[in-house]
Design a protein around this ligand. Structure first.
Ligand SMILES: *Cc1c(COP(=O)(O)O)cnc(C)c1O
Length: 371
């Protein structure tokens, strides 16, 4: 229908353009040391320094990071863990894997992250942990939430899988809670050439426990000191790639934010609620809320614009875990029904950003827009 080129939601080709990734890979291949070696040790040190915390324990992916973090802070079979229900089920996957039970809290309708007042009401359940997700790259109301968790004596796990480099003053995503989890999946703000993840913390004994948990529960070779261990290690190849990419993270985030700023300036004129682009938002995803979403999505597709929905189903409505018909979080469900993500990634050209803006403006100015 459209003659215009397609604008993708993400492009690995462009995200990695201009980087020498063969060099780091060759270095590992030549060394013939593939697991828990020099690259992993160096990446852990460099990433901990970047985030501003003491310890970084790399693992196989972001989901394992969440699961091991929960286990390390004491979550076990039957424990309750507080989480939001609009963040793609990743936290829930970790909670369920441990046999723990999620206690879902409502979101703030403006930021789409955990509502601190709603959190307060769940603390009477005496949860064993709280997972706070910095969704779309925006810091949640992290100072209020961290204060509440500390006063209640409940461990706080930050899910930073979308928020590498997001800041509040001099502090970064991952430095507010007891433990922080990152993913280095290729589309994340810092992405490997495959899976990768990390848990970060300041506490020395948590550091030791996490290192044991990621490798069979070993305290030393073949000596199993903690229960619940497994194999979840980042390999040297991915660590070498991530070391090559980490120095570029801030400039890539700046590119994402420049795109988000252009979008927000243009869409504000249309009277839409738009993301504010400050230090606390690294624009992992640029998300609008559109009531007649299906119509909007197909209109953008006609203009060659790819979109996606992050995320369409509230965690407590996922079929695998027998949804309870009476449970409902209205603001969460309203978000799930209306969110739509626009292309926003480093390497998106000025012309493509304009193409997206034109398509969105055309939709909201069109006569046939349903009311
Ligand atoms: C991607 C993501 C994860 C999971 O990371 P994987 O590396 O894919 O396992 C967890 N939480 C959030 C918010 C994510 O976006």
């Amino acid at each position: 229908m459209s003659e215009k080129p397609q604008v993708p939601l993400f492009s690995a080709v462009r995200a990695n353009a201009g980087l020498d990734l063969i060099g780091p890979l060759a270095r590992v291949v030549d060394r013939h040391w593939y697991v828990l070696g020099e690259e992993v040790r160096n990446f852990e040190r460099e990433f901990a320094r970047y985030v501003g915390v003491e310890h970084c324990i790399s693992v196989a992916n972001g989901s394992d990071a969440l699961e091991l973090a929960l286990r390390a802070v004491g979550v076990e079979n039957g424990s309750k863990v507080v989480a939001v229900a609009n963040a793609g089920f990743y936290g829930s996957t970790a909670i369920r894997a441990l046999g723990a039970l999620p206690v879902y809290v409502e979101i703030d309708p403006a930021s789409l992250t955990m509502c601190p007042r709603a959190l307060e009401q769940t603390l009477e359940h005496r949860p064993a942990a709280i997972i706070v997700t910095h969704l779309y790259g925006r810091l949640a109301d992290i100072e209020s939430i961290a204060d509440m968790a500390r006063i209640a004596g409940i461990p706080l796990v930050e899910d930073c899988a979308q928020a590498h480099g997001a800041r509040l003053g001099s502090r970064q995503a991952g430095s507010f809670g007891d433990v922080a989890c990152f993913s280095f999946y290729p589309t994340k703000n810092l992405g490997a050439l495959g899976d990768g993840g990390a848990v970060l913390c300041n506490d020395d004994s948590l550091d030791v426990r996490l290192r044991q948990l990621r490798q069979y529960g070993w305290s030393s070779k073949y000596h199993v000191a903690v229960p619940g261990g497994r194999n979840s290690r980042m390999d040297e190849l991915q660590a070498a790639v991530l070391r090559e990419k980490l120095p570029h993270l801030d400039s890539w985030n700046a590119q994402r934010k420049a795109i988000a700023r252009r979008y927000s300036a243009a869409f504000r004129e249309l009277g839409l609620e738009v993301p504010e682009v400050g230090d606390d938002y690294v624009a992992h995803l640029y998300v609008l809320q559109v009531p007649q979403r299906a119509h909007f999505v197909s209109s953008l597709a006609e203009h060659g614009i790819a979109t996606d929905i992050h995320y369409p189903v509230a965690d407590y409505l996922q079929a695998a875990y027998s949804p309870a018909p009476e449970f409902s979080l209205p603001l969460t469900e309203a978000a799930c029904a209306s969110v739509v993500s626009l292309p926003c990634f480093p390497g998106l050209s000025d012309a493509e950003v304009q193409q997206v803006i034109d398509a969105v403006v055309a939709y909201f100015n069109s006569e046939d827009q349903p009311c």
